[in-house]
Design a protein around this ligand. Sequence first.
Ligand code: SAM
Length: 227
Amino acid sequence: MDFFALLPEVKSKYLELLTIQYKRSKTTGYNHPSQNIFNPEEVLFNTLGFSITRDRSSLISAGTGVFVTKGFVPKGAVVSMYPGTIYQKYEPIFFQSIGNPFIFRCIDGVLIDGNDKGISKAVYRSCSKRDQLGPFQMSDITWLTPAVQNPLAVGQYVNNCSHNKAANVCYQEFDVPEYFPIELKQYLPNITYSHDMPIPLRCVVLVALREIKQGEELFSNYYTIVN
Ligand SMILES: C[S@@+](CC[C@H](N)C(=O)[O-])C[C@H]1O[C@@H](n2cnc3c(N)ncnc32)[C@H](O)[C@@H]1O
């Protein structure tokens, strides 16, 4: 709603959404316009037909993993996103990398630090604030908090496949195109470390290799190289 007040041309794209919100506020008797009445998990399930969450891994001593909690994921669907700060291969990451198992290396050497604790968390927050345009968030920081806006942003918790747990997801890297809608940037869980040079934002999503049923844990292959 904040976006709509400041960018009326964006509002015209979402008239249907506004009508639904208006109808729901009438039935619930609550009509504060900026109140988010859509629960992100509900939106995910209603839109994509599944929801995911973090829980104790089915592998002994693998810590936390990511599970399909409701519905099923069809083959080829985007099932998760890898959140974090994006470092070009020449940018310093030494201190952030110490004891950090959440660093994803893209094929071209770009790194994503998906650690939601310590110095990594502070760096992500700092870069997000730096890039904010007035009230407009250019990235999602809620994956660092208990109240998430984008429930897909847990891909850094997906565990590696093993002998009896084959990979059911793979990584897909891409650069966000320049024409990506500004009002949706608040849901992208990635931010560039440095903004000296105008470079596209790198994102990594996890794609289902087969249908994944309710209750199944997601497993990727940490060492896959795609030529
Ligand atoms: C990117 S993190 C994944 C999230 C992690 N499970 C956690 O709880 O924070 C990678 C770490 O998870 C653990 N891990 C991932 N796959 C595993 C597996 N197949 N078996 C045992 N540990 C695993 C290892 O400790 C690895 O360094």
